[in-house]
Design a binder for this molecule. Structure first.
Ligand SMILES: [Fe+2]
Ligand SMILES: [Fe+2]
Length: 271
């Protein structure tokens, strides 16, 4: 199967870049399934039902969220009615929505997508390792289970993301990090056959501080006074993510490559 994951979409710059470029990327890479992190899509903070619809119309199959999941309050009553929108799995019981889903892909194949949130330098949450372990025990990778399993680890610390990937190696097709908004140069296949990139990077304007306008973001560090509220940079956006090809007989990755399209970063296109 041919899979694409795109990192955190930040504001209108990120949305426009994804919505304009994804149909062409989807066709050129002959993609079967696309997952996009939408936690910063609505002016940098959360996502709205309308934005979800725009992403689906552009060829997104599943949207994941993160610590900004609930920034737009209208998403709380909406999420239970949209099975394609996932929030982190390891939120406490009673949190709206789901952290895992099983979806149809072309030619009768199935894809499981799950998101967990890390705990290092993040708000305390349930154990992400135990949460993902429960889901992987329920559904096996490969025919009869899911031909592909994609896990989004939304975390600050590179060590925690890499540890989740090693913990899942051989049991998932792709483990990919989100949240840092900076793409890492370590797309690879782990020994057990799980594709991995520590962070997919954001989709947004890189002439910024992780997607936000530079001056207010810099002042937040330079002086400890309340300042202007952060808002997304509004220059041309870059699309960042990771492409993975899997073997349907095993669900394991045979190819993993970074994808970057747009200004400000060196472009990367899967060979
Ligand atoms: Fe983010
Ligand atoms: Fe985040």
């Amino acid at each position: 199967m041919r899979l694409l994951y795109l990192g955190d979409v930040v504001g209108r710059s990120g949305r426009d870049a994804v919505i304009q470029r994804l149909p062409d990327i989807r066709r050129r890479l002959e993609l079967d399934f696309v997952v996009v992190n939408g936690e910063n899509a609505a002016h940098g903070f959360g996502i709205t039902p309308k934005i979800c619809e725009e992403f689906y119309a552009a060829g997104v199959d599943v949207l994941t969220l993160g610590n900004h999941a609930w920034d737009q309050r209208e998403i709380m009553p909406y999420i239970d009615g949209d099975p394609r929108l996932l929030r982190p799995l390891n939120y406490p019981n009673g949190t709206p929505g789901k952290g895992v889903g099983l979806y149809g892909a072309p030619r009768g194949r199935k894809v499981m997508v799950a998101q967990v949130m890390g705990r290092l330098f993040m708000d305390p949450l349930d154990d992400p390792f135990a949460a993902i372990e429960r889901e992987l025990a329920r559904l096996k990778l490969g025919p009869g289970g899911a031909e592909a399993i994609i896990i989004d680890i939304h975390a600050e610390a590179t060590s925690e993301k890499m540890a989740i990937a090693c913990h899942c190696d051989g049991r998932a097709s792709l483990v990919v990090g989100s949240h840092s908004h900076v793409p890492t140069a370590d797309a690879r296949i782990l020994p057990g056959g799980t594709a991995y990139q520590t962070d997919a990077g954001m989709c947004g304007d890189y002439d910024s501080v992780i997607g936000m306008k530079k001056d207010p973001a810099v002042y937040k560090f330079v002086r400890k006074l309340p300042g202007e509220r952060l808002s997304p940079a509004d220059g041309p956006g870059t699309v960042c993510g990771v492409f993975v090809e899997t073997d349907d007989r095993t669900g394991r990755a045979v190819r993993a490559a970074a994808l970057r399209q747009g200004p400000h970063l060196a472009e990367a296109w899967p060979e």
